[in-house]
Design a protein around this ligand. Sequence first.
Ligand code: PMV
Length: 321
Amino acid sequence: MSEVTAIAHPNFALVKYWGKADSISNKPAMSSISLTVDSLTSTTNISINVGSTENIWMLNGKEQNDLARISPVLNYLNNISRNNYGCIIKSENNFLTSAGLASSASGIASLVIAYNQFFKLNMSFDQLVEASMIGSGSAPRSLLSGFVILNVEDQVTTRTILEPDEWPLSIIICITDEKEKIVSSREGMEISRKTSPLYQSWLDSNKEDIQIAKSAIAEKNLRRLGEVAEKNCYMMHEVMKTSSPKISYMTKSTNKCIKEIKKIRQDGTDLFFTVDAGPQVKIVCKTGDRDLIKTKFSNKSYITKIMEANIGLGARVIHED
Ligand code: PMV
């Protein structure tokens, strides 16, 4: 085989993780629930770097001098494949990279799936999870479709709770700032774990938030899911803000966007928001309400771009030669 290409979509957490239990395996300190987003894609193509044992990584067409973000994953995979080849890894995102849209989750998941196929490793699902997690704590969730739970209570387990066609919702992504984030999630989480006075109560509230979100998803109750997702999102950002140094991903534009969402809800449309490690706002709504909600944001000066998506599939191979 001369090359393999795999695709993965980012996932947005509704019950979030912010804090690691272990910095080597990268295991999150708390469980999380996400939804995989279909129209945003990361693709990774792997081929052999003929005549060399060196790995080359191109991200969005640019050769990367520093492979630190992917080398722990490559080390894990090389240990299984025991090959002596260098690889050429070409990753492309069709959306903003490192701006709070989970590009690391989809990028890593697509890399793991492409590598597994290229070297015919037949890795078990648990190994795929472990390999992805080393690269990004949220990447295992991008391996799967629909609503996904990453449970870390005893052993790590990752599974789909509901498939995309079982509860077809839409996601509107309001981009408020296209710059790359200054504090990476990995650094930020470590700062919060060590310094935020709210970190322990954030950990303690995880079990209940997971339970509520799970039952809201089982009931397909958008309002209940929205309540717990927004509460969880606010709490994560409070943990960030009370860290030392303070971490702020939400901006004035993020808050203006949230204010508008609350107004639309007061006017009778069911929708909720979530915000991750960046200033962009993700809105979850019924597919039938999507166009109406989009028009409410179409002329807002604090939004630079609006993207839309439905709930998507897990990481998969799309081409081999
Ligand atoms: O481990 P990372 O870099 O994928 O961190 C993800 C952090 C959040 O997006 C803020 C929360 C989450 O659970 O996705």
